[in-house]
Write a protein that binds this ligand. Structure first.
Ligand SMILES: [Zn+2]
Length: 207
């Protein structure tokens, strides 16, 4: 048995979307041993920081929030596919011959997993690929970019997936993980009524 922690580590200089200063987490010591006999830290952080689970509210007004989180959906098998040869966009052509079935949870490993700084041209799921995944009625999809899409007017990839209640995990780190079948433990921090929750994700293989 081998355990892979595929969660992005959170720190003040973690990569954030479009390198926006306002999206960087602020981690401050609010009590230390100079003044107290204990140590405490405050953190101010966008819920889309690092590895996280998106909810419908992120893209749809009055959409479903994190209060609908069901932990049972995230402790299960996941198929990891190696798409490290893909440049910029995951398309229908890239996916059509892969063994993706109804109710599968799939992770796509791309070049994103090898970059620790934000790349404006990160690999994303193009809308035709998202529509294909939606048509297959998969359960969820995980990507190693900070977004499941970019540069598409109206967010068609998010919407195609969300319309079918397909869960979207973003910001995975899959560098050490080979293509194959794993047991996934993806536990979201249960913050109520927001548009995303930070997640800790671990994969376990049998070898
Ligand atoms: Zn997000």
């Amino acid at each position: 048995m081998k355990i892979y922690d595929v969660t992005m580590k959170i720190h003040p200089e973690i990569q954030v979307y479009k390198n926006m200063e306002s999206k960087k987490p602020i981690i401050e010591t609010v009590a230390d041993f100079d003044q107290n006999d204990y140590h405490e830290t405050n953190i101010t952080m966008n819920v889309h920081t690092g590895t996280h689970l998106d909810f419908e509210l992120h893209m749809v007004k009055d959409g479903k929030t994190s209060s609908t989180l069901d932990v049972n959906k995230f402790i299960r098998e996941v198929k990891v596919f190696d798409l490290t040869d893909v440049v910029e966009e995951i398309t229908y052509e890239d996916l059509k011959d892969l063994d993706i079935q109804k109710n599968d949870f799939v992770f796509f490993k791309t070049q994103n997993s090898f970059e620790d700084t934000f790349n404006l041209k990160f690999v994303y799921i193009r809308k035709d690929a998202a529509k294909y995944l939606a048509s297959l009625n998969i359960s969820g999809v995980g990507v190693d970019g900070l977004g499941v899409e970019r540069s598409q007017q109206g967010h068609p990839t998010h919407l195609a997936l969300m319309e079918k209640d397909i869960d979207i995990i973003e910001g995975l780190r899959l560098k050490e993980v080979k293509e194959g079948l794993y047991m996934m433990y993806a536990l979201a921090l249960p913050i109520l009524d927001v548009d995303a929750c930070p997640m800790s994700v671990v994969l376990i293989s049998n070898d």
